[in-house]
Design a protein around this ligand. Structure first.
Ligand code: BG6
Ligand code: MG
Length: 220
């Protein structure tokens, strides 16, 4: 056996920005919210929100304002943002899967590995149904049951536990800095989707899932 290569038993995917371009819809909805509050917001700031749950993202945006928001106001703003997001995503179909996404999912299954979905989005089940890929996963984390958002490792550790696979035998696939940190804190191999200059903690970075090659990591 080649000792330099680890045998993996599961691949755990993030959703937004990895399997579908929903990260852009989150961006547009947050940008609109920031505008209504007179808060500056751009792609650079948005990078900090990727992988962060709804309320924590809202807190980060509102921390840029001088105004103090009541809990009730925050709940209302989060609700409005989600309404906006649901409008953007309402017309999603399987054609909106990002290039390489379905092939990557098929590849993992064909190789006999388990598939997990680890998204902190409370809309994940809805989006998976619209994309027609719910059945591609052995386990989908219900974000409503999580205590912590990424970069905490809870979500990836819970996914590995549901799949019955040791964290060290899992590959995590993520487009966000918070997500890569979550994967690494969970003790997994991290594949970043995006730019190596942004996802500096990832073990391997590819521009998109068309470049996903399991054999690179999983052969023994
Ligand atoms: C993550 C996204 O997957 O889900 C974040 O990267 C988003 O941008 C978060 O805020 C929460 O999503 P939702 O759908 O529960 O508001
Ligand atoms: Mg993401």
């Amino acid at each position: 056996m080649n000792k330099n290569k680890q045998v993996f038993e599961a691949v755990i995917f993030d959703l937004d920005g990895v399997l579908a371009d929903t990260a852009h819809f989150h961006f547009l909805a947050w940008q609109h919210l920031a505008q209504t509050q007179g808060i500056a917001f751009d792609e650079v700031f948005n990078e900090r929100l990727k992988g962060i749950d709804r309320m924590a993202s809202l807190e980060l945006i509102l921390s840029q304002s001088n105004r103090v928001y009541s809990q009730q106001e925050k709940i209302e703003l989060a609700r409005e943002k989600n309404q906006h997001y649901l409008q953007f995503t309402g017309t999603i179909t399987p054609a909106d899967l990002l290039p390489g996404a379905r092939d990557a999912l098929n590849l993992v299954r064909a190789a006999g590995l388990k598939t997990g979905l680890a998204s902190v989005s409370k809309n994940a089940f809805f989006i998976l149904e619209k994309l027609g890929i719910r059945d591609c996963f052995d386990d989908v984390i219900d974000a409503a049951l999580l205590t912590h958002t990424k970069p905490h490792p809870e979500i990836f550790l819970t996914s590995a536990s549901h799949l019955g696979v040791a964290p060290a035998a899992c590959i995590g696939v993520e487009d966000s800095l918070a997500g890569i940190s979550s994967i690494k804190s969970a003790g997994m191999f991290a594949i970043g989707i995006g730019s190596p200059t942004v996802l500096t903690f990832a073990d391997h970075v590819i521009p998109d899932l068309r470049h996903f090659m399991l054999s690179t990591y999983a052969l023994n």
